[in-house]
Structure formats: C-alpha cells, structure tokens
Design a protein around this ligand. Structure first.
Ligand SMILES: Cc1cc2nc3c(=O)[nH]c(=O)nc-3n(C[C@H](O)[C@H](O)[C@H](O)COP(=O)(O)OP(=O)(O)OC[C@H]3O[C@@H](n4cnc5c(N)ncnc54)[C@H](O)[C@@H]3O)c2cc1C
Length: 511
C-alpha cells in the first residue's frame, strides 16, 4: 500500500478561499463580493469551516476522514458505504457534525453529499436509462472527494413554475430598462442539447447552503416533459448562475443572549440559470422523467442523515429541558415532568428509527450498503409531525423566561448590573447563565432563527403529505394480507393481488 497522504483533506481556510471564486450572489439588491465576510453568509461559512478543521483534529480525524485503499486520506463525507461498518462510520460522522452544530445546520458537509452517493447506490437505474452518462456518477464522486466539495441540492421549483403552460420557447418579453429580452422558462429546462453538454435556463429554489457551498446537484421533478428532466452537477460560480439570497434571520454580532442565532445560518436562495452550460461529464441523466419516481430509494441516505441530525437535536432538547426545569425549580410539578417526558419520548423515538434504518440496511444492486427506506421514511414523518409539538413543550416549560432577556450591556452597566444579577437569579443558576439559557430557548422556539428551522424541518426534502404518500407506496404489506386472508379462509391470491401490485410498484402515486 502507498504511503498515506492527506493532501485532499481541506482545512477551514482552504474551504473559505475556495468560495472566493467570482460567484454571483445577490442580497437586498446588492451583489455580495465575498460570502466569507458578508454578515448574511459569514456565520454559516465559519460553521462549515470549523467542520473542515475537525478533519485535521487528532481526536476526530478518524471519524471525519478515512483512508482509501490507495493510501489517500479523504473526507468521509464522500465515502460510498459498501458494508454495515461503513454505514455505522457515516452515522458517527453525522452525529459528530450534528453535535458541533447543535443539530441546527441541516446541510452539513455530509448531507447533500449523501444525495449524490444515492446516485451511486442506484447507478444501475441510471445505467438503464442513459448508459452513456452512468460512468459520470462515480467520476463525479471521486472529483468531489478529492476537492472536499460542499454540495447543495436543488430539487424544488419556484412556486411560479406552475405557470409553465403559459410559456413557449423563444418567447420575448419587455423588461423595464432592458428592452426586449428572451424570457426565461418558469420551470428549469434544457434549452439546447450539444455534443459536449447541455444549456439550461429557468430557476430552482431554496437550494439551502448553495451560497456557502462550492457546487450544486440539480434534480428535476417527476411528471414533467423530457426536456425538463435531467440530473446534473455544476459549480456555484458557473457562468449565468445568479444566487439570490432570502433575508437573513441570524444576528451578525455574537451575543450571549442569542447564543445560537448569533452563530450564523445556512442560507437559502433562489437560483436563476440564465442559459448556463453544463458539460456532458457533469450530466447523470437526461430526458427520463420517470427516474425521479425512484427518489424514495435514491434519497434514503440523505433522509437518514436528516433523521440522525434530528435525533442529535432531540437529545439536545432533552438536555435543554432539564436545564430549564433546574433553573426554574419546577421539577416538583407533575405536569412539568410529563412535558419533559414527551421530549424524551421524541428523542427516543427518533433514535429508534435511526437505529432501525441502519439495522435494516440492504446492499443495492450497485453494491452500496443503504439504510432501510421503510424506517427512514416513517422516521421522517414521525420527526416532522412531532417537531412543532416538542418545540411548543420547550417553550411552555420556560414560561416568561425566554422573553425577558437582558443584554450583556445591561449586566455590565455599573449601577444596573449588580441589581439585575440579584433579581433575575435562577433557582439553580445565577443571572447571566440563566439569561444565556433562556436566550437559547428564545432562539430555538420564538426567534426568526427558530422559525426558519421550523420551516426547514417541515419542508426540506419534501413535506409530510408527500412522505406519507411515499410510505404508503413503499411499505410492503403482502405477507400481512396473505396471513389475514388465510386466517379468514379467503382466496389468498385474489385478496393479496392489490397489495402485490403496490409492492411491485413501490413508488408514490402522486401526480
Ligand atoms: C427552509 C427550507 C429549506 C429547504 N431546502 C431545500 C433544498 O435545499 N433543496 C430543495 O430542493 N428544496 C428545499 N426546500 C424546498 C422544499 O423541498 C419545498 O418547500 C417542498 O418540497 C414543498 O414545496 P413548496 O414549498 O414549493 O410548496 P408547494 O408545492 O407550492 O405547496 C404548497 C402547499 O400546498 C400543499 N400541497 C401542494 N401540493 C400538494 C399535493 N399534491 N397534495 C397535498 N397538498 C399539497 C401543501 O400543504 C404544501 O405545503 C426547502 C424548503 C424550506 C422551507
């Protein structure tokens, strides 16, 4: 075996330098020169930079990286799991990164990378559909591994894309100050096919973390026309890509009374593709609108990542709940203990789904160890349905505490500070510590920062109704129906036929 090197494992400062690449990013009507320093994006960049540095930290190096058979140490973010041990190692990586970000950074380094690895897990489907493009999948993963790429995922379409029927190719439109220009399609599509690639035009939306990532994977939706259907990857700074940020929810200055909201955020955005060229070696599928119907299986890794992160976050909420109760001295109230037990139940439920998905892993036809999709989907629905209730429980347990926050400046004021310290003293915690604790509760339950996270948990990677639709399509109940039919003395084959048809289909029925 060749001598080990770690030349492909990037540091936080390598990562930051790579973001100064001329990308076009807009915020509040102005072009951002450097996303590593702009207040809307810098905090999130720093969080990701810290995760890069973990890869070089002696204590965490073997969790965050692995050594390839050729002796190259690379980020585990891009490891294709081939065995149950590989899956376990990926879970440990996600637990580590989730702890570092308190579970409040959905698109950590290893999240959308897992989406891309899903293409490798189901490479056989891509090969059947576009044999000439299938080799691009493993080639891209090797590229991303050696560049230690942070990847964003673009699946959702702007809600205005529903107006696509009103649009036609070559249509021109008058825009104030720009005269007569060719109108971009409402739904992202291929506008030109060339031997060396495709040209795409239109838009995608939300694309969390793209402003803070180097590259994006684009996945189109099912039930569209062939020219609206493609899977590809491209850099954030590709010519013609405009990244338009939503308004920031984090606070640019670090403050003790907003310990989370002042750490920075993963940024969401609208992405406009103004006739962007994608080289053919970055295209994974072209013209196959049925392929996205397989996303339940292909995306199971990414969704398992989300489950692991939500589990870690739920365990943080259990600890937070305990600290609130201790600070307020409310342990003796039975209703308080019941609410706290609800939070524990939530954490335990998520942990059980996460573990069950790992224990029911399969090896796909393409030879990738892949979490059991039934438990992944059910766990995601459980996590989404309970999240709002659990956040409400945390808010309830904290009473007026999170609202009545005082700034560091108040505590430092020579006349006021000592008085404040005496009157806002917690039961088991003194003033400023209680202030920081309740500040965290505010950030999580009541601040714009917490509300954005609430949106994220409910909607990222498809809303609840769609996941339930998927569960209905994915869960195999043939054996159960056969068992009951037999017990009731009914003709087994006839009674089980609809369930068998569903099981063979294994796809959401939504149109
Ligand atoms: C914080 C955040 C981060 C996100 N990050 C990403 C990301 O990184 N990448 C990405 O691709 N996407 C991302 N998304 C987008 C997410 O995938 C979509 O929000 C989600 O798929 C729902 O689509 P929509 O918001 O366009 O809602 P719409 O499709 O416009 O639907 C609006 C509402 O109508 C109802 N509805 C619509 N259709 C149906 C139906 N067929 N049956 C029943 N009810 C229906 C639902 O209640 C739905 O919430 C993110 C979203 C949020 C909020």
């Amino acid at each position: 075996m060749a001598a080990e090197t770690d030349r492909f494992v990037k540091t936080g400062s390598d990562y930051k330098a790579s973001l100064r690449d001329g990308r076009v990013v807009w915020y509040s009507g102005e072009r951002i020169g450097d996303v590593t320093t702009h207040p809307a994006t810098a905090g999130g960049v720093q969080w990701l930079a810290d995760l890069h540095d973990l890869q070089h930290d002696a204590e965490h190096r073997d969790t965050a990286t692995y050594v390839r058979p050729d002796g190259e140490r690379v980020s585990r973010t891009w490891q294709i799991p081939r065995t149950p041990d590989d899956l376990r190692a990926r879970r440990e990586l996600t637990e580590l990164t989730s702890r570092r970000t308190l579970g409040f950074f959905g698109r950590q380094l290893d999240n959308i990378a897992f989406t891309m690895i899903g293409l490798a897990a189901y490479e056989h489907l891509f090969r059947r559909s576009n044999p000439e493009l299938a080799d691009n999948i493993l080639r891209y993963i090797r590229h991303a591994e050696e560049k230690n790429i942070v990847l964003a995922g673009l699946i959702a379409d702007p809600q205005g894309a529903r107006a696509k029927e009103k649009w036609s190719l070559g249509e021109r439109v008058a825009v104030d100050g720009h005269g007569d220009i060719e109108r971009l399609p409402p739904l992202l599509r291929v506008v030109e096919r060339r031997d060396d690639g495709i040209v795409i035009a239109g838009a995608k939306i939300v694309g969390t973390v793209l402003p803070q990532a180097q590259e994006m994977i684009i996945i189109t939706q099912p039930f569209v026309a062939p020219e609206e259907s493609f899977w590809c990857a491209l850099p954030a700074n590709a010519d013609g890509v405009h990244i338009v940020l939503r308004q920031a929810v984090s606070r640019p200055e670090p403050t003790r009374e907003h310990p989370l909201a002042s750490r920075g955020e993963e940024m969401d955005c609208l992405i406009i593709f103004d006739n962007v060229f994608v080289p053919i070696e970055r295209v994974f599928s072209l013209g196959d609108p049925a392929l996205p119907l397989e996303y339940g299986d292909i995306g199971a890794g990414e969704h398992w990542h989300t489950l692991i992160r939500m589990t870690v976050k739920a365990e943080l909420l259990v600890a937070l709940t305990q600290m609130i109760i201790d600070a307020l001295g409310t342990t003796k109230v039975a209703k308080v203990r019941e609410l706290a037990a609800d939070v524990i139940l939530y954490a335990q439920g998520l942990r059980a789904f996460t573990t069950a998905a790992e224990n029911s892993a399969i090896v796909t036809e393409s030879g990738v160890a892949w979490p059991g999709v039934d438990f992944v989907t059910a766990g995601r629905v459980f996590g989404i349905e309970q999240y709002g209730r659990i956040i409400e429980a945390v808010r309830e347990l904290a009473g007026q505490g999170p609202l009545m926050l005082f700034s560091d400046a108040d505590f430092r004021q020579p006349e006021l500070g000592p008085l404040l310290t005496q009157v806002v003293e917690g039961f088991d915690m003194v003033s400023e510590a209680k202030n920081a604790l309740m500040g965290l509760v505010w950030d999580i339950t009541s601040d714009g920062y917490g509300m954005r996270m609430d949106y994220f948990e409910r909607l990222n990677g498809y809303p609840k109704f769609f996941l339930k639709e998927r569960l209905f399509g994915e869960y195999d109940r043939v054996a159960g129906v056969e068992w009951l039919a037999e017990f009731l003395g009914l003709p087994v084959d006839q009674v089980a036929e609809p369930a068998r048809r569903l099981a063979a289909r294994r796809k959401p029925m939504l149109g």
